[in-house]
Design a protein around this ligand. Sequence first.
Ligand SMILES: [Mg+2]
Length: 280
Amino acid sequence: MIGKLSLWERAVRRIKYYLFFWKSVGGVWVFDLDGPLMDTGMFYDRALKEFSERMLSVFNGKFSVKEILDKQHELDLQMMYDINPYTGEYYLLHKSRFPLSLMKTYRFFCEKIGKKFNGEIGKKMRDIGKKVFLKDEYDGVIRSEVLSLFQFLKSKNEKIFILTKGDDEIQGDKKWALKKAGIMAYCDDFYVVPDHKNKKIKEIKSENPALRYYCVGDTYKEDVEIGIRIGFFGIYIPYESNWKERGHFDDIEHYRNKSRSVRCSSIAEIKSWFEFLKGA
Ligand SMILES: [Mg+2]
């Protein structure tokens, strides 16, 4: 009976408990996928560039690139909580959302100046958006440091998880690219969630007892802060192509929890921070 153990015996048990986990698993790492491990944001930058050029030509330069892209961003964010008529559920990160947001932006500007919406042009705009999901391109955007980092962490007896938000099919294609690159062999599991990571990251923690927990991501609130709240140490890697954070990096750095996170320029820095992080 635990209640009958002396204070000393309970202390010894506690020490043994921690020694056991220290020997078995030192740390548990939860990596975000898009941004830190794969430079997939470049597909969106490329598509938005093509889209804005097409819009400039369709409207004869009547609207600036900034006006066009600001409106696209606004409509794209709004669509997250619109109902997708094909599924009856919120769009969230469904693969149809981004391409449709380009068509909607074209429609918005047509209506703004009383121009007739041209279905053919609308479809072409949507097709530009679909180019962000060309699975043959995923191999080429895996960060070159991922494999060696995962090998390094495994050599230190750490557990590695990838937790990503997005469309099952799209994220599954990216997982396949990681598998072909030999990276999944060092990864303990790969999870896709449709919207929030909170529930899954809690589950990962409760199912994987360890001495330390780390969360790595490029969206401070959604990848890093949620982990910090439940005892993770955060590794925040800002990403220029992050559609939610672009333009807000200074604000984020201002309120970032500096005692429970570090800011790195890329995952390549994690190896050199490793000994420091072990004491964090
Ligand atoms: Mg990300």
